[in-house]
Design a protein around this ligand. Structure first.
Ligand code: GRG
Length: 290
């Protein structure tokens, strides 16, 4: 798994470096590069490639779509770490972007990474027809805004130190984390112009994968070591975050994750042997760094 992730990370970074080097230099390039190239597992791109392999989608095109996803992901991490959000000083084992460059620069670098995702999806070198590109931009916008990441982050902050139901916690985690995974699961189907029914099915699968990822992230925060996680752990409890662990306990949350894997595997079973890569990524997600 690690070799595959390393290859995806290398290919994504090569693309993004070339893309940025072809643009005019500005003062924001350095903080943008800092947050794009300071590590990161590239797990969202792995999901894109796993789902893409079910539908024979070209690897190079998927790397470009994954690069756009990484821009939005890096933006969300910069803003997530800000003092007005989760106020985290360390990310990927390094000082957070606002600690290194100051708050206003971090906000603007984040904003520029969001718009860079749209530049990547619409750039001429991505050989897809205009309609497909427009559908990809539409979907990634929905997944990032108030229906998705931003809306989920709002709920995450709003739910601090409150008693929140399981249903609401799941809804918040799906928005905050699941929607970007959902984009990764539907992008290959959009590229292959699949029918709406199959796209909807993969939208749900993506939400479940994102929820699994968030559950695993919460488990790492609860018991993982800071040195391995690359960020401070044990924060959720201190901040009074509403997580499934706070409601179900540690062991039951692991069981919840295992049941999610069973559910996702059942939903991709019809794709036969081709779904093996995606299945092993699910196991990696739940079991990493604990
Ligand atoms: C609208 C994009 C956008 C952002 C503004 C700040 C914010 C609203 C949303 C925060 C969303 C967020 C950070 C959710 C947590 C997702 C999560 C578990 C991130 C960690 O992802 P990894 O482990 O990170 O894949 P690496 O470092 O491997 O890339």
């Amino acid at each position: 798994m690690q070799n595959k992730l390393n290859k995806i990370a290398k290919d994504t970074n090569i693309f993004l470096k070339k893309f940025i080097n072809n643009q005019k230099k500005t003062n924001l390039i350095i903080p943008m590069k800092y947050s794009l190239f300071s590590g990161g597992k590239k797990i969202r791109s792995k999901i894109l490639i796993d789902v893409g392999s079910l539908f024979k989608v070209d690897y190079k095109k998927l790397i470009i779509i994954g690069a756009a996803v990484e821009c939005i992901h890096a933006y969300s991490l910069i803003h997530d770490d800000l003092p007005c959000m989760d106020n985290d000083k360390m990310r990927r084992g390094k000082p957070s972007t606002h600690v290194k460059f100051g708050e206003s620069t971090a906000v603007l670098a984040g904003n520029s990474l969001l718009t860079m995702a749209f530049e990547v999806l619409t750039f001429k070198g991505l050989d897809l027809n205009e309609r497909i590109k427009c559908n990809l931009v539409h979907k990634i916008s929905q997944c990032s805004g108030h229906f998705g990441i931003a809306g989920g982050q709002y709920l995450d902050l709003d739910y601090e130190n409150k008693e929140i139901s399981k249903k609401k916690i799941i809804e918040m985690e799906i928005k905050k984390t699941g929607k970007l995974f959902s984009f990764c699961c539907v992008a290959p189907l959009i590229m292959k112009q699949k029918k709406e029914k199959e796209i909807k099915k993969f939208e749900k699968i993506g939400e479940d994968i994102g929820l699994l990822f968030q559950v695993a992230d919460d488990l790492i925060d609860y018991k993982g070591k800071s040195s391995v996680a690359g960020k401070k752990t044990g924060k959720d409890k201190k901040k009074g975050k509403a997580t499934l662990i706070s409601l179900l306990g540690y062991e039951n949350t692991i069981k919840y994750g295992e049941n999610l894997i069973l559910k996702i595997n059942k939903n991709i079973k019809e794709y036969g042997l081709k779904s093996k890569n995606l299945s092993s990524t699910l196991n990696y997600i739940l079991n990493r760094n604990r």
